[in-house]
Write a protein that binds this ligand. Structure first.
Ligand SMILES: [Zn+2]
Length: 418
């Protein structure tokens, strides 16, 4: 069959749902949650299950040196490029069943649909599961390896113990010394398309079924240390106290006021505060905070970063303290590929799917891939905007709509070659 004669082609909803139900049982915990932490037994079981689905469908199983696992449908065309679709099968602890997993399963279903229809596609199709998107050990480990951006620091700066990270890698068959070999050649890739739940409630509020992601916010994380002096809290005169926690508290309130007033499209958050010596009778000598800010415009993100540092210095000065600021992570905002966005929009119009452009405030593998290969994302609604929770839910009809938009977007893109 030729690609232009496939307007009515649809994915197999029952088969996709069977996959979803089976996968949801792997790592299932109480309360309808799943825990498939990257490189855990449950994650490895999920991958083994994915590999068996790939083989069952008559597709090729491909894995790489960072543990990314793919289904490949090989084109008959010589020197064909690869069009990539997918997301991640790992989850946060007691997370939902939809985040990441649905993007991988829809990608696999698109490949099976194309194979079954015997379409003659001028590119190889690949449905990929990226390792540790959620950051159990190192966020975007798989997509960073895929794009050749994995550095020694990523292996020595794990969220948990670095030694345990290495053990987990070895257990999954990943050798830390060989992760550079996972880098793919961008000239051999035609594009990357990721389907994901929205994780906010914009689509549901305006009753649109498909979100066409235009940008993914950039993100910057800082460690601030406010240095005061530990003295007796009752006998030291109030005017002599150098209270690190008071300065930190002032800073937290001020940074939220700044974001609210000057950066309505930005986000700031402080989620950890560690105080030393941590005794109620002693003036805090040290308050350590980790703060992150996000914005979809990189220049504005940089401006937010400098203002945060200035604000911390002003708050420290107010309390006669010093403060240090260290940037520990900087991920640039990502622009999705305009040609791919137009194709998703055209497909939604042709198939009568309600749609809207949308900005992603969460990070995704597409953010890492976008500077490397033309990339785009399709969002489907999340009930109540809830994710990373057992309450995460997306209507099945929205998943099927998303999968079909994905299928036809891919078909149109590969027929005109991205
Ligand atoms: Zn995700």
């Amino acid at each position: 069959m030729v690609i232009t004669a496939v307007q009515e082609l649809t994915i197999n909803s029952r088969r996709l749902q069977d996959d979803f139900n089976e996968l949801s049982n792997i790592g299932a915990t109480v309360g309808d949650a799943v825990s498939r932490l990257a490189l855990s037994n449950e994650d490895l079981e999920g991958r083994a299950w994915f590999a068996s689905r790939i083989e069952e469908a008559g597709l090729l199983v491909r894995d790489d040196d960072v543990g990314n696992l793919s289904a490949v449908l090989v084109s008959r065309k010589q020197d064909a490029k690869t069009f990539l679709m997918g997301s991640h099968l790992d989850s946060v602890p007691n997370g939902g069943k939809f985040d990441g997993a649905i993007g991988v399963l829809c990608a696999l279903e698109c490949l099976r649909t194309v194979k079954e229809a015997e379409l003659d596609i001028p590119v190889h199709l690949e449905a990929i599961d990226f390792t540790d998107e959620e950051g159990t050990w190192q966020s975007f480990f798989g997509s960073l390896g895929f794009t050749g951006k994995l550095q020694a620091s990523h292996l020595n700066d794990a969220e948990q113990d670095n030694g345990a990270f290495r053990v987990a890698l070895f257990r999954a068959g990943i050798r830390p010394t060989e992760v550079q070999r996972a880098k793919r050649n961008p000239d051999e890739l035609a594009g990357f398309l990721e389907l994901h739940i929205e994780q906010s409630e914009t689509l549901a509020k305006v009753e649109k079924q498909i979100g066409i992601v235009t940008k993914i916010v950039g993100r910057s994380t800082y460690n601030f240390n406010f240095y005061g002096e530990a003295t007796h809290a009752a006998t030291t005169s109030r005017y002599k106290q150098r209270d690190a926690l008071q300065a930190a508290s002032r800073f937290i309130t001020a940074m939220h006021d700044m974001a609210q007033e000057d950066y309505p499209a930005g986000v700031v958050n402080c989620g950890n505060v560690h105080v030393q010596p941590g005794a109620y009778s002693v003036v805090p000598k040290l308050a350590s905070l980790r703060v992150e800010c996000r914005h979809h415009d990189d220049a504005i993100l940089s401006e937010m970063e400098s203002r945060l540092v200035r604000l911390a210095q002003e708050c420290a000065k107010h309390h006669h303290l010093t403060v240090s600021a260290k940037n520990v992570l900087r991920r640039a905002a990502a622009e999705m590929n305009p040609k791919m966005l137009k194709t998703i929009t055209d497909v939604c119009q042709q198939h009568g799917r309600s749609h809207m452009p949308i900005i992603s405030y969460a990070g995704h593998d597409a953010q890492i891939l976008s500077p490397f290969v033309p990339s785009a994302m399709i969002f489907i609604p999340s009930k109540g905007g809830i994710s990373h929770s057992p309450k995460e839910f997306t209507e099945w009809e929205d998943i099927v709509a998303g999968a079909n938009v994905m299928l036809h977007t891919m078909l149109q893109l590969v027929s005109k070659s991205v």
